[in-house]
Design a protein around this ligand. Structure first.
Ligand code: FAD
Length: 437
């Protein structure tokens, strides 16, 4: 095999890239990570909560017991799940808590990416990976046969046996250099987020959580002015991450910018008290893939593998968002496949094909496949974001408002509200959604 500067080069130090680098370095390979941000996490954004299972597996398998859950810079263990339907005049919230949410291996945690990503990068560095920060990879180097054999960055050419593309969303390298298609506008969303500082005990009392625990909230409806998408909130140790996601297609049809939507969302009577008195400390925006299974591009090339968000491995199910646990798993599997191929002396597309097989057998592709119909179902289910939050508000008003006039049985009060929307149409839409979920 050709003599190269490194065994493996990783593009990007997000969840996928840092884990790929960590695993490959632990397997004794020479690894270079090139990150365009000034430091790992400088440009990264998430809601965000990470489901911990895939990260736990990496450290259980590779850290020889040195890294446990307590060592990871998580913010709060999420023990409350809240889903809200928001109408301009009302809000209906389900609050779920269960001991199952905290069980190790099923647990999830809020994270702040600047801290979290730097810590992941440190683990990869301690394992032996080298990092260059503040330089973007501009091109892939290819040999005469078209096989990827390195990168061009900051005017330098650096060679490797395998390049792992972990550049995240808006994946220009994957598109431009590997020929993967750009996701369609309705399969892409924009997310914006603000972080508000609040003392830990204030967070715990506002969200009814025990010490060190926290809540995740998702809103549908007026949060995005009735457009497809929604609001999100995650409680951190001493701050709250609050934001919105809306599809690019819908935003292009709206007179309102996503910034205005966020301003209006923060003023909603059910949201304003949550951040009352809190200090705004951070503002960020990022693209997010909503296309699901049908958006997964080619993952394996001669000398190159694509991971994480660069491969659109993200799912927004309306009641949960997952991308980071998929990124971690794909980073691990890419590193393992790359190391096996290097050891076998064949880093061609055929030699690296075990990555695709490992991915197909993993929860990543299997879960995305299970929910393959959901992105389109959600995109076309406009009433979920407009009429249903209003209907739910009317139903609950009919239950809880007492004005001294003679009342009727609940059924007589509720049925006209539901029938106005078309009972069978509603049942059909709910059935379709349940099938897709
Ligand atoms: C608003 C929003 C909310 C979300 N909420 C959640 C959530 O609650 N839970 C969840 O699991 N997921 C969530 N996600 C998705 C999650 O953030 C992503 O799936 C995850 O970050 C993907 O990790 P990654 O490593 O593939 O990409 P990233 O984390 O984006 O990392 C890519 C890295 O590559 C670098 N890079 C890019 N181009 C180059 C280049 N040319 N050269 C060098 N470096 C480069 C970037 O700077 C970055 O560091 C959310 C996303 C958004 C936008």
């Amino acid at each position: 095999m050709a003599d190269t500067d490194f065994d493996i080069i990783v593009i990007g130090a997000g969840c996928a890239g840092a884990i790929a680098a960590y695993v490959a370095a632990k397997k004794g390979k020479s690894v270079l990570v090139v990150e365009r941000g000034e430091y790992a996490g400088a440009k990264n954004m998430t809601g965000g909560r990470i489901y911990a299972h895939s990260l736990k597996r990496v450290f259980d398998d590779y850290s020889e017991g040195e890294i446990t859950t307590e060592d990871i810079p998580y913010e709060r263990k999420i023990t409350h799940e809240r889903i809200s339907l928001l109408d301009p005049a009302s809000s209906m919230t389900i609050d779920f808590t269960s001991d199952q949410l905290g069980v190790e291996g099923r647990d999830s945690y809020s994270v702040l990416r600047a801290d979290f990503d730097q810590w992941l990068a440190e683990q990869a560095e301690d394992a032996g990976a080298e990092f260059i920060n503040g330089i973007a990879v501009e091109h892939l180097l290819k040999d005469d046969a078209g096989k990827v054999c390195g990168i061009e960055a900051g005017g330098d050419e650096i060679t490797a046996q395998v390049v792992i593309d972990a550049e995240g969303q808006n994946s220009l390298i994957s598109e431009r250099e590997l020929g993967n298609p750009r996701p369609k506008r309705d399969a892409m969303a924009v997310g914006i987020k603000e972080v508000f500082e609040l003392p830990a005990d204030e967070i715990e009392s506002r969200f009814l959580c025990n010490e060190g625990e926290g809540a995740a909230m998702l809103w549908a409806g007026d949060a995005t002015h009735g457009y497809t998408g929604g609001g999100f909130l995650y409680t951190n140790k001493e701050s709250i991450s609050l934001g919105l996601v809306a599809t690019i297609e819908d935003l292009s049809q709206s007179d309102t910018t996503i910034y205005q939507m966020l301003d209006d969302f923060k003023k909603h009577p059910s949201v304003a008290p949550i951040i009352k008195g809190a200090t705004l400390s951070e503002h960020s925006g990022h693209m997010v893939s909503e296309g699901g299974y049908n958006s997964i591009p080619e993952l394996v090339f001669d000398g190159c593998l694509v991971t994480g968000d660069a491969a659109n491995l993200c799912m927004n199910l309306g009641y949960m968002v997952r991308g980071m646990d998929l990124a971690v798993e794909s980073g691990r599997l890419a590193a393992e496949a790359a190391c096996d191929a290097i050891d076998a002396g064949d880093v061609s597309k055929a030699g690296l094909a075990s990555y695709r097989t490992k991915m197909d057998n993993s929860f990543v592709v299997q879960d995305l496949k299970t929910y393959a119909l959901w992105p389109e179902t959600m995109e076309n289910w406009h009433r979920m974001f407009t009429d249903y939050p209003k209907m739910v508000g009317e139903i609950f008003n009919s239950m809880f408002v007492v004005d001294g006039k003679p009342t009727q049985h609940l059924k007589k009060r509720i049925m006209p509200i539901v029938k106005q929307r078309g009972l069978f149409k509603l049942l059909g839409e709910v059935k379709g959604a349940l099938k897709a979920l």
